[in-house]
Design a protein around this ligand. Structure first.
Ligand code: ADP
Ligand code: MG
Length: 616
């Protein structure tokens, strides 16, 4: 008995680390179901998961004789080599998740292996009942009720029902996204909240965010320096008011990572306004030797051996998608595989990993521990009352009553695939005049476009400047008086490293004795820029991202150059100028100015009719 108690206490302590909230219970149970090879997983929670969490899968099941083992700390059937512990996929909780959960709840497992009977085993506060024959389909169902019923102190730390539910829901969304091959059903208090069919990422994205969202995204897939990036990027016209619509998965694991976040945000810089945040769901596959996931088992972050390389890859992939594809508000975002990523061969530095936090015991070892350690438990006759109470665990299968809505979502997606929209042919637009010397009006069929002449012009100039810089064939403009920059030795070393990049984009800069740099020409597109200020900015980013940041900066400068050169609002354009502007836009009504403001706004004839109450 003492043995059991000791174990119990141990479990509670261990549980403190890993199982502190309903969402960690759900996470552990779903991960187990995934590990069991399930293709269908149903998750149900009640009262934010505080009252009950139920996870049912159609995976391999647990053999009858192993059922008690599942409750045992350090027991795992997932044999892993020490080497495996370093990889993302195997981050787990030392085979003690179930034990930890069982210790602080009333738990029941019903499991059935193919071709065998179903068996169940209940526990209350970690005290096991008996293995019993049960009814059930192939797979496993784990039901956790009254979490922390025996640890009131911990119960107090839970957030409100709504908050706990929200956290579980967010995590379930991520499971749908990271495992699009699995059909998930997630219900809250008896109502289905999320449902996927295991038929791919497009459908999973639609299931989580709605089919309209998929329409506003670019599907991407790219590889650079051995780093694979795929997923979705919201288009230039689609933004969110905060960062909660950003999901990043590194080697299949959900993480929040500053480097990647900054790279994406900066790539969107010329498309979104302040306080607008991009939408993205990105999957990065990186060689396991350049990433360390062992930052903290409960923290969703990773450490990369070289942030600059990761930043560079993500930045260049995202900006090449955005800069190459600006489509109108209602345009269909085609799945565009990124144009041939450059195959520069670089040597990726390896990371020095932190010591693995976990050491797994093999199944055989665990079995030994069981026969030695837990025999008192097996011999214990539990109070009959416990079993009566356990009867309330009987399964309640949730019929997918709301299936239709989900089917609709799918149908919508299929329809979308068929529909191929085109850009507007500028020749079919008729110019109707201007308003306030600022907005140009065009008509096409039943639609009117209002174009902000300054924003449009600005974007066109910017694009022209950019493509020249990007093609690395910028025009250099020699300066009458060379500019000499005096810096300290650290800054000097940094600048010297940047010289090739600077010269490639049209500067002519060279070493000038001591710790000085001489600039004798600037990119023609950046004529008249304040070099002092420019280099001050270059140097201020010295510590962070080096060459990549420089690209951002140049982008920024080009944007302000474009802004200066563009016609202003209030400046009257001739009809010919107005027409040539639209021709130059090439019918792309989805353009945004480099500060993220829209260039065109569309109104349908029917919207005018509604304004005048001709139709309702
Ligand atoms: P770990 O997942 O780290 O092995 P757990 O405590 O989460 O540790 O689970 C213990 C063991 O119970 C697993 O190794 C597995 O053998 C078994 N198990 C748990 N959940 C399931 C499931 N849904 N289907 C099949 N086996 C399971
Ligand atoms: Mg587990």
């Amino acid at each position: 008995m003492i043995n059991v108690l000791t174990k119990e206490i141990y479990n509670k302590i261990a549980a403190g680390e890993v199982v502190d909230r309903p969402y960690s219970v759900v996470k552990e149970l779903v991960e187990n179901a995934i590990d069991a090879g399930a293709s269908e997983i149903a998750v149900e929670i009640e009262v934010g998961g505080k009252k009950s969490v139920r996870v049912r899968d159609n995976g391999a099941g647990i053999p009858k004789e192993d059922l008690p083992l599942a409750y045992l700390p350090h027991a795992t059937s997932k044999l892993k080599s020490a080497e495996d512990l370093f990889t993302v996929a195997t981050l787990g909780f030392r085979g003690e998740a179930l034990a930890s959960i069982a210790a602080v709840s009333q738990m029941k497992i019903i499991s059935k292996r193919k071709g065998q009977n179903a068996y169940s085993l209940s526990s209350e506060g970690g005290l096991l009942g008996e293995v019993r024959e049960a009814a059930g389909a192939d797979g496993t169902e784990v039901c956790v009720e009254n979490l922390f019923f025996n640890t009131p102190a911990r119960l107090k730390f839970l957030k409100s029902d709504a908050q706990e539910e929200g956290d579980v829901s967010n995590m379930m969304s991520r499971f749908l996204l990271s495992h699009p091959e699995i059909a998930f059903t997630y219900s809250v208090n008896g109502k289905i909240k999320l449902r996927s069919f295991g038929d791919g990422l497009d459908a999973a994205l639609a299931a989580v965010y709605g089919a309209e969202t998929v329409e506003k995204c670019y599907g991407i897939s790219a590889e650079k320096h051995g780093i694979r990036i795929h997923g979705y990027l919201g288009n230039q016209n689609f933004s969110k008011p905060n960062r909660s619509y950003q999901s990043l998965f590194v080697n299949g694991r959900y993480v929040v990572n500053q480097t990647v976040g900054a790279a994406v945000t900066n790539a969107y810089a010329t498309y979104l306004m302040k306080r607008q945040f991009p939408f993205y769901v990105l999957f990065l596959e990186v060689p396991s030797e350049i990433v360390d996931v062992n930052v903290h088992p409960n923290k969703a972050d990773v450490r990369f051996a070289d942030n600059q390389i990761i930043y560079g890859c993500v930045y260049s992939v995202v900006s090449s998608v955005l800069d190459g594809n600006s489509r109108a508000l209602e345009y269909l975002a085609p799945k565009n595989d990124i144009r041939e990523a450059t195959h520069e061969e670089i040597v990726l530095p390896k990371i020095e990993k932190s010591a693995p936090v976990l050491s797994k015991m093999s199944y055989e070892e665990a079995k030994k521990e069981l026969s030695f350690d837990v025999s008192p438990l097996g011999g214990r006759t539990p109070a009959p009352k416990l079993y009566e109470e356990n009867e309330k665990f009987t399964m309640k299968v949730n019929a997918p009553t709301e299936g239709d809505a989900f089917e609709e979502n799918r149908a919508y997606l299929l329809e979308r695939e068929k529909k191929v929209q085109e850009k507007i042919d500028p020749a079919t637009l008729s110019y109707k005049g201007e308003l306030f010397h600022t907005f140009l009006i065009y008509e096409i069929g039943d639609e009117a476009y209002f174009i902000d002449q300054h924003a449009a012009h600005e974007r066109l100039i910017y694009n022209r400047l950019r493509s020249r810089t990007e093609a690395r064939e910028p025009l250099s403009q020699p300066m009458l008086v060379p500019f000499v920059l005096n810096v300290n030795s650290e800054e000097y070393a940094f600048l010297i490293r940047q010289l090739p990049v600077l010269n490639e984009i049209g500067f002519e800069a060279e070493e000038f004795g001591g710790t000085s740099v001489k600039v004798s020409a600037v990119p023609a597109d950046l004529q008249g820029i304040d070099l002092e200020a420019f280099f001050a900015e270059v140097l201020s980013s010295m510590e962070s991202y080096n060459g990549i940041k420089l690209a951002d900066l140049v982008k920024d400068k080009l944007a302000s150059a474009a802004c200066k050169a563009a016609v202003k609002g209030g400046e009257r354009l001739t009809d010919d100028e107005a027409k040539s502007l639209i021709r130059e836009m090439d019918g792309d009504m989805g353009l945004r100015c480099p500060h993220g403001r829209p260039v065109a706004v569309k109104m349908k004839k029917s919207e005018f009719e509604k304004l005048f109450k001709r139709i309702v």
